[in-house]
Design a protein around this ligand. Structure first.
Ligand SMILES: CSCCC(=O)/C(O)=C/O
Ligand SMILES: [Fe+2]
Ligand code: NI
Length: 181
């Protein structure tokens, strides 16, 4: 179940709103320029599938999005509890950052928490399998995969070099609930 918790940046202990239905979450996020959609699963993807197999399973959806929105690169990120760099990866994405281009992520499996820092509000979106999230370029955000990560996500980039981020240096993620809280 996808969940949206909305906070004022000064009150990480007290969400102003918690929404659990896509019909409520999507319009709330749309008001701040963020899109949350659900894609029907493509061909089934086996556990341990390669990046090429995951992309092949969702090829029609990926091609459509790339041609409609002009994205230039695609990759697959897969992190599970036995990933040798899970702590480093978790720490990297927990640092508040922004990308010059849209952040477009489709969850093939598993779940993780995106927190979007827009004006003086924080929108924490628990994304799960079949969710497609599009965050406008320039949006401050962080991402928590949890202590025991389990997700596979397709990433689409408007930048031919793929993942490039500018870290804000703010420790705001430390104040807000994590995936496992
Ligand atoms: C779900 S994709 C992994 C995280 C990532 O690419 C990112 O930019 C998080 O903010
Ligand atoms: Fe990001
Ligand atoms: Ni799985």
């Amino acid at each position: 179940m996808s969940v949206l918790s909305v906070y004022h940046e000064s009150r990480p202990d007290q969400p102003l709103k918690v929404l659990t239905h896509l019909e409520d979450i999507a319009p709330t996020l749309a008001q701040v320029g963020v899109q949350l959609e659900r894609w029907e699963a493509g061909a089934p993807v086996a556990a341990g599938a390669s990046q090429e197999e995951v992309i092949a399973a969702y090829r029609p959806q990926i091609d459509r999005l790339m041609s409609e929105r002009g994205y230039l690169a695609v990759d697959v990120i897969s992190v599970t509890r036995d990933h040798p760099q899970k702590e480093e990866l978790r720490a990297k994405f927990l640092d508040e950052h922004r990308h010059a281009e849209d952040e477009v992520r489709f969850f093939v499996a598993g779940r993780a928490l995106f927190s979007l820092h827009i004006d003086d509000m924080v929108y924490s979106v628990l994304c799960e399998k079949n969710d497609l999230i599009t965050v406008p370029g320039g949006t401050r955000h962080w991402f928590d995969m949890g202590e025991e990560p389990h997700f596979v996500a397709i990433r689409l980039f408007g930048n031919p070099d793929g993942w490039v981020a500018e870290f804000t240096g703010e420790r705001i993620a430390d104040q807000f609930p994590r995936l496992d809280d």
